[in-house]
Ligand binder design. Structure first.
Ligand SMILES: [Zn+2]
Length: 252
């Protein structure tokens, strides 16, 4: 289980974690074993100290909708049917609720407002990145919970690195549109009509564009495909591979 230094500084406000292969598979989707997934969720709740009965889990449809989660959104038990359809992010100011998501290459984003005590967890694959879901999360935190961007802290967890993430010219064009003046930094040519895209870099750029201070942003730098001993990787191992989970909860 990975914890991030920047969020460890706020351990009196929130608990967080990002699982490794050794923590098990967290996906209930066939052909994986639901029993082993359930056991992974239960073990993680014990290890990190969140309540398994207060888990909120978005369906992750590569969209840009973010649910403001309340206790009634918690899934009991956490299972294959237990997802909140249509959302790729969640946020809450309610202590105890555990925001979660499952990942295998896409970008996990942890957001914390330590002043107003608000958290958000976002799934940003290339489509979510093009839709600027992280910017929408920041705006929603401001609008619904009164967060100030100067207070926000953001962490980008393990995801696929630029070297391992070739995209088509069409996808590169869509990503370029959200890179501001940093296009050449985040998109590198990789042959005919192919580019290497730095999703973590683009998401961090979007966070700064939304007003978060550079010093309040951390990128794990860990690649899910580079390190397949440690992580499941969709591009490295195929769609049937397992999923890691991200966890974020305000301390009760
Ligand atoms: Zn890599």
């Amino acid at each position: 289980m990975i914890c991030f230094e920047l969020l460890n500084d706020y351990s009196h406000i929130c608990i967080h974690g990002f699982s490794e292969k050794s923590d098990g598979n967290f996906s209930f989707q066939p052909p994986r074993d639901p029993g082993s997934a359930r056991s992974s969720w239960e073990k993680a709740s014990v290890k990190l100290g969140f309540d398994i009965k207060q888990v909120v889990r978005p369906g992750q449809v590569h969209g840009d909708r973010i649910l403001s989660a309340r206790p009634e959104h918690a899934l009991v038990p956490v299972g294959e049917s237990g997802i909140l359809e249509g959302y790729d992010g969640t946020m809450t100011a309610q202590p105890g609720i555990c925001l979660t998501g499952v990942f295998a290459d896409c970008v996990p984003v942890f957001l914390l407002d330590p002043v107003n005590k608000v958290i958000s967890l976002v799934h940003s694959g290339w489509k979510g990145t093009v839709a600027r879901i992280v910017v929408k999360a920041v705006r929603q935190m401001k609008r619904q919970y009164g967060s100030k961007t100067r207070d926000l802290v953001g962490v980008i967890g393990p995801c696929i690195c630029r070297e391992h993430y070739p995209v088509s010219g069409e996808t590169a064009g869509l990503l370029r549109a959200v890179c501001g003046n940093q296009q050449d930094r985040f998109l590198k040519p990789a042959g005919q009509d192919a580019w290497h895209a730095d999703l973590a870099g683009i998401v961090s750029w979007c966070m700064m564009d939304a007003g978060i201070s550079e010093t309040n942003i951390a990128i794990s730098g860990l690649c899910t495909l580079c390190d397949q001993g440690r992580f499941f990787s969709h591009r490295g191992e195929g769609a049937d591979t397992g999923r890691m989970a991200a966890f974020l909860a305000l301390v009760s």
